[in-house]
Design a protein around this ligand. Structure first.
Ligand code: NAP
Ligand code: G4F
Length: 323
């Protein structure tokens, strides 16, 4: 039986990846940091199938111990301070987790189980103020936030440990991917949650920042398949994972409100509090390498994704109301 260790198990991607690996017959270990209150909503349905190991990306000793316990064939490093907006208010913490945390984990791999295969969750945010469109594996990086700068570090240290120590390490440069399990602070889930609450009379307005930003949005369930495929190749390489279509935040808002029969302009207020000091205006990925080498393609369309998220939030609030 193959064994996998997932960091970031409580997050959106950690939960979908755990489901995928369990379905493939893996023994799944999840690195979980201590929290004052339980935060296992995304993985509650899997809690008896995953073996949790306490640990934190900023604590090398806990990572060494985790790899000693799991002795994993595959390691998926999904843990990060992943919210771009907060990386300006917590730039040092973001660097410690999202950048140096990768080195901590690679060091633990090198010392304890160098034959493990390692996946790093790199990000399209690294392209930032884009120098070409669409963005592909060879596109130069121009990060625009402390988060993106930290991800560039994580990306290059992953390559460096491969070249320095001959480890099997690779990175997926994933464009935005969403789902009903997306954290509530990210714009898509903030919108789907807000639309559901407004429709059910629980909220009157939705305050958002820049509606003109363009993102290449896919479904998280499709994207975790690409992570697994990357670790099944003979040679580790970098891959862009994207839908190849870009949409504005405003389009997302418009479709989400239309889905419940409402006009977004009656409810959305632009609030400077949600504007960023430096914005990423346009992301559009070219994942033709992933299609050619991995045979990977996304299945869920933009419209289907929005419908899935709005329906899920409506259901959640309807259940709460009826209790
Ligand atoms: P997410 O929902 O924010 O999950 C992040 C996970 O990291 C959570 O499980 C969190 O645990 C954990 N974590 C944070 N700090 C940690 C620490 N110091 N030690 C150990 N664990 C820690 O993120 P996601 O959307 O699933 O994304 C997964 C990864 O892909 C992240 O690295 C993200 O930066 C990257 N990425 C995401 C996207 C996207 O569109 N979703 C695109 C490109 C790249 P707690 O629950 O305890 O906070
Ligand atoms: O949903 P967002 O916060 O995601 P962002 O910044 O694109 O980052 C996400 O995707 C990255 C991949 O490209 C990941 F690496 C990263 O970890 C994260 O998962 O914001 C999307 C866009 C931005 O342009 C933002 O300015 O939406 C705009 N926006 C407008 N109003 C808003 C809001 N974003 C948030 N979070 N909240 C708003 O009210």
């Amino acid at each position: 039986m193959k064994k996998a260790l997932i960091t970031g198990i409580t997050g959106q991607d950690g939960s979908y990846l755990a489901e995928l690996l369990l379905n493939k017959g893996y023994k799944v270990y999840g690195l979980k940091r201590r929290t004052a209150l339980p935060n296992v909503e995304n993985i509650n349905h899997l809690k008896n199938e995953i073996e949790f190991i306490p640990g934190d990306l900023t604590d090398l000793s806990s990572l060494i111990e985790a790899i000693n316990i799991a002795k994993p064939d595959e390691i998926y490093n999904l843990a990060a301070q992943s919210f771009v907006a907060d990386s300006w208010s917590q730039p040092i913490l973001t660097g410690e987790i999202t950048a140096l945390g990768v080195t901590n984990l690679l060091e633990a791999v090198k010392r304890v189980k160098p034959e493990s295969r390692f996946y790093q969750a790199s990000s399209s945010e690294m392209f930032g103020k884009v120098v070409e469109t669409p963005q592909k594996e060879s596109t130069p990086f121009y990060p625009r936030s402390p988060y993106a700068v930290a991800k560039v570090y994580g990306h290059w240290i992953t390559i460096n440990y491969r070249e320095s120590y001959n480890l099997y390490t690779c990175s997926g440069i994933l464009f935005n991917h969403e789902s009903p399990r997306r954290g509530i602070e990210f714009v898509t889930r903030k919108i789907s949650d807000g639309v559901a609450r407004i429709k059910l009379g629980l909220q009157r307005e939705l305050r958002l920042g820049n509606l003109k930003a363009n993102r290449d949005w896919g479904f998280a369930g499709d994207y975790v398949k690409a992570m697994w495929l990357m670790l099944q190749q003979d040679t580790p390489e970098e891959f862009v994972i994207a839908t190849g279509k870009t949409h504005t935040v405003e389009e997302f808002v418009e479709i989400a409100f239309r889905h419940v029969g409402l006009n977004w302009q009656d409810f959305v207020i632009q609030d400077p509090a949600f504007m960023r000091p430096a914005e990423v205006d346009l992301l559009l990925g070219d994942s033709s390498k992933a299609k050619r080498v991995l045979g990977w393609e996304p299945n869920v369309t933009f419209e289907h994704l929005i419908k899935m998220m709005v329906e899920s939030d409506l259901e959640k609030y309807k259940c709460k109301k009826s209790k």
